[in-house]
Design a protein around this ligand. Sequence first.
Ligand code: SAH
Length: 400
Amino acid sequence: MSLVSVLLKPGEADRIVAGHPWIYSNSVLRLTAPVTDGDLVQVKDHRQRLLGTGFYNSRSKIVVRLLDRDRIEPNHSFFRQRIGAALAHRQRWMPGTTSYRLVNAESDFLSGLIVDRYDDVLVIQISSLGMELRKSTIVEVLKDLLDPRAILERSDTASRKFDGLAEAQGLIWGEPVGEIEVDLNGIRFLTNLAEGHKTGMYLDQQANYAAVGDLAKGAHEVLDCFSFAGGFALHAARAGAKRVHALDQSADAVAAAQRNAAANGLADRVEFETANVFDWLKARTAVGPSEKVIPRYDLIILDPPSFTRNRSSVPDALRGYKEIHLRALRLLKPGGLLSTFCCSHHVDRVLFEDVILAAAIDTRVILRRVASHSQSPDHPVVPSIPETEYLKGFTYERVA
Ligand code: SAH
């Protein structure tokens, strides 16, 4: 099979040689022949040296998403090898888990493809035309490798439009699935994967739920901010925390979390409240000049959504992060722990800790870092592809 070549401009090859799989349209010098969108192409530098092969799409800003440094054919055996390697990685680094992200796009050298495994139900999410056109092969491979009860599609993300794809969701194969029970570290979460429901789980926090749960042993009062389905709150309660208060602004998330608490026999210790975290913290920390805020909590968890989707809104995001830390620190007992997370790729570990430190200085609190957290191993970080790293977190002890 002879492939059309996409030749890059001088100077554009270095990033690719270093292992980054995206070719932007403005890096392209010329094509050796016309290409149909979604076809496999080979990418070469301006001296015609092969850099790799990948899927072409003229409608995307990323015109080629590379799959390999060599010539490959994106057939059944290719996907079987790649998805099989992704599975082996989870089995090695997350042994014993039954729900995890099985394929995480660039992290698993399959740009445009995400597959989540909820025990025997698989959910795929496709964001590139090249992958979309190979969907039936991918589904066959998933059936061979995992023998699932059902395969659903949740390609309802806005990013599909960048590849000229319409949103798609529904059952692709197997029996219809309504609500399922997802086991994370032995805690059961009722999850509705069906159309229209915005549930699902944040699988990237699975390892951190366990780590923070361990820290909650012996805590009397725990506050979980941005609690969603109750991941941190329920792990803290199971570890023995006496009272856990959890906040989320979504009434649906709070209702789901309450059901999860009941399903795990933890409802007597965890209380979920529908509230805006910013307003709630403000109300608890705004006091008159002669009054003092009484620190009540032994452990506070902050796991907000990404406050920024792009570089230009980073300053606003930093103000948001600082604000919640300022207020949370005032509610944390001396000797208590703060576990705090940031899932924005644009705010890195150093910048994030700078903000936390700024909040600590303003509140005259000394923090001692006792743990660093990252995304779970089913969202692998590939340092040559910086976009694969986004979730970071720290646990600090409030020394004074
Ligand atoms: N800790 C959760 C994930 C949090 S995702 C987990 O591990 O599963 C972010 C959550 O924050 C969402 O559930 C969203 O409803 C909630 N949220 C976003 N902005 C909020 C705000 N200002 N106040 C309270 N909750 C908010």
